[in-house]
Design a protein around this ligand. Sequence first.
Ligand code: PLP
Length: 395
Amino acid sequence: MTISQDDWDEFGFDTLAVRAGQVRTSEGEQSEPIFPTSSFTYNSAAQAAARFGGTEPGNIYSRFTNPTVRTFEERLAALEGGEQCVATSSGMAAILATCMGLLKAGDHVVCSRAVFGTTVVLLDNFFGKFGVETTYVSLTDYAGWEKAIRPNTKLLLLETPSNPLVEVADIPRLAELAHAKGCLLAVDNCLSTPALQQPLKLGADIVIHSATKYIDGQGRALGGAVVGNRELMAQVYAFLRSAGPTMSPFNAWIFLKGLETLKLRMRAHSDNALELATWLEQQPGIKRVFYPGLASHPDHALAAKQQSGFGGIVAFEVAGKDEAWRIIDATRIISITANLGDTKSTITHPATTTHGRLTAEQKADAGISDGLVRISVGLEDVEDIKADLARGLSQ
Ligand SMILES: *Cc1c(COP(=O)(O)O)cnc(C)c1O
């Protein structure tokens, strides 16, 4: 059977992941169909008028709605525990649509300093041009968040865990602060996915995703999504419908099939990452390992409470850039790329790639040292991943 939104409460996460939101045609297909069509047709001129007039629900044009995209949206909304989801062409388009839908000139945003680099570029270089100002604060400096909020602050934006240092922020605490000040809290849930953390259930108003990462999980397609209540999502959708960075039906199909195995994959990523992080902590030449699953992580207790797994991102620090590059260059199976959330493990040197644009002072502020290496732990045999790193570590 397919499960409609009225019945979501009756079913568990695993059931919703494989069945929520499925559209069925009269062909009786078992797997979800793809609808690669730009427009939709009507039985009569009167029906066309009713669709355009909004008196009859239904598809008009794939920039507005598409059945495959809707299946993905409903399934992700069910998994995040949100009323509605709006799918977008990329993770950045999800952040763009959220801000365009909910902000206006003169509004102010408070954003964690430890967010995806392009998010900062979007807020400063583009929203800044249109009179939306952003203040950046340290993710776990709760007094700093409170101090940064002004009368015109509309939105608090963060990622937890952050990337690459996997710091963990207390979502209920920041949600309470946001609501006391009349602001919305948006959480980019890219690193945890709903399989490990459901920010809406912890008090956040909006969840943002780059589906490009773990939701696909296999490095094939770009996409994004925003989830929240109907009223907020109507504003986000209104922007998307007019501006057009919508998700293609092909990509929606990839992502909705990705959701079916998301929990299994996130558990396996988390298991491999914990095993690798524990091993890395014991290796000579490693100054520090960053992983919320380790007891040595400052936010370990919070992560254990807030998340049902610690995720696949592990970072560690060696003496300097030469040592970091040597470890990266000695790998044989781990891919050298800044992407994350793939079945294939990836390794990157943030100081000279993702964070290369920052000044030395900004890097120091963000904790991005020259010896920092980040791994997105994939689903290979963990012993093979260890061996791949041991080669460079022992040189
Ligand atoms: C990759 C990423 C984005 C941007 O997503 P795209 O799909 O690349 O546009 C946003 N937030 C986080 C946390 C990301 O990792």
